[in-house]
Write a protein that binds this ligand. Structure first.
Ligand code: NIG
Ligand code: FE
Length: 402
């Protein structure tokens, strides 16, 4: 039995390679939150759908997925933005005790309710642009109580909003003040206590680490990954953002879901990612906002057919970006992606980067999560910037205005 059907739509299914998988004059039928039929309107069989939605020639794409965000945080780093404009670098600010650590202080001081209200605004901004799935990292608490506080806020966001959320533990994001000069001691605490306890509390879906000269070494990162593996949690990594630490290859060794940033990634790293089945997540907002000049190796990633996702990296320090659509435009202008690659990057490849196998494409059996757009062609989503053509989203088969 069909429950609802959307007719009179042009559909970018994102099935297949390189052409958006377009169905012109198409229809999508839904039952129990899943797509039960999709195809050309002319081929529509007799049906008993109770609700018929006339899309009136608009476009439908899979619901967008923001697969890398740090949207739960306290405070603001607008002051650091000003410092950077006067010449200080992101690394200098971090080494001087600002950067991530200043957000840790503000996040520890904030109540759950304050964190929730602030994160909710950020989430709603994304959802208005057709986002139906996001990833949210911890990593500004850096102790058991505060990491739990952040992950509970992420859990509550998924309960109170019509959105699918992956919660990622990023305890190895920065060194907390209690462990100054003792990073190995902090990694001991993560492995012996913080991560197993949070996993036991059911608050963790995946594990991330910031492998960088201002973050953690590959050896320290690997200890966290080994613990994640023991707990059967998938891993991902912030790698090769500011320097080449061969973090992507390390993550691939653990068959990580994704390696993210990747400006300094080498061909060896890409080969390892291909072997490990690890997706690339490119973050044009951070590249832009930190005024980086070294681009991720797009041609090599293409050559090895690595799925390339795009995300906001929404965070207060390196990417206060509240628009996933803007990231599509930036991925094209800054990284020379095609509009089709960019849209793949926030749909099917973002789903791959989260290990979500039933969304990111529009196809029979997949979740009925899609966005409806007032555009003339799918490339408009990357071509236009600063406007929002999303008119509604369908999530689990139910349409909501944005
Ligand atoms: O993805 N690189 C580490 N983490 C974030 C930045 C976090 C921050 O500056 O607060 C990132 O860029
Ligand atoms: Fe990040």
């Amino acid at each position: 039995m069909w429950e609802s059907i959307w007719v009179n739509a042009h559909i970018a299914t994102m099935v297949g390679n390189g052409d958006y998988g377009i169905i012109e004059n198409g229809a999508i039928a839904v039952a129990k939150g899943k797509i039960v039929w999709i195809g050309r309107h002319n081929d529509l069989p007799e049906h008993d759908a109770q609700t018929i939605h006339d899309v009136k020639g608009k476009w439908i794409t899979p619901g967008l997925i923001d697969c890398h965000s740090h949207m739960v945080f306290g405070g603001s780093r607008a002051g650091e933005f000003e410092q950077r404009l006067k010449g200080a670098s992101y690394e200098e600010i971090a080494r001087a005790g600002g950067g991530i650590i200043s957000t840790v202080k503000a996040t520890r001081e904030a109540s759950s309710e304050t964190l929730y209200k602030a994160a909710e605004k950020r989430l709603v901004a994304l959802m208005k642009e057709g986002v139906t799935g996001v990833e949210i990292k911890s990593g500004y608490g850096l102790d058991l109580a505060n990491e739990a506080k952040m992950l509970k806020v992420a859990t509550r966001l998924s309960e109170e909003h019509n959105i699918r959320i992956q919660r990622t533990f990023l305890g190895a994001h920065a060194l907390p003040p209690e462990y100054q000069n003792n990073p190995d001691g902090y990694i001991d605490e993560i492995c012996a206590e913080t991560l197993p306890t949070l996993a036991e509390m059911g608050l963790v879906d995946a594990v991330d680490a910031f492998c960088e000269n201002i973050g953690f070494t590959p050896a320290q990162t690997e200890r966290v990954f080994a613990k994640a593996k023991e707990l059967s949690l998938p891993v991902k990594i912030h790698a090769e953002q500011l320097s080449d630490q061969q973090g992507a290859a390390l993550c691939a060794k653990y068959h990580g879901l994704s390696a993210d940033h990747l400006e300094h990634l080498t061909e060896d790293g890409i080969r390892a990612m291909a072997r490990g089945g690890t997706a690339a997540v490119l973050l044009p907002g951070a590249y832009y906002f930190l005024r980086e000049t070294k681009k991720p190796p797009l041609d090599l990633l293409r050559q090895y057919a690595i799925p390339m996702a795009i995300a906001t990296d929404l965070n207060p320090g390196s990417s206060p970006a509240h628009s996933l659509l803007l990231m599509l435009n930036m991925a094209c202008t800054l990284f020379h992606m095609t509009p089709e690659e960019a849209l793949s990057g926030v749909t099917k490849h973002a789903a791959a980067a989260l290990g979500w196998r039933d969304c990111g494409r529009l196809k029979k059996g997949y979740r009925a999560d899609f966005a409806i757009w007032d555009i003339e062609q799918p490339a408009d989503l990357a071509y236009r910037f600063g406007c929002n053509p999303c008119t509604s989203v369908v999530r689990d088969g139910v349409e909501h205005a944005v």
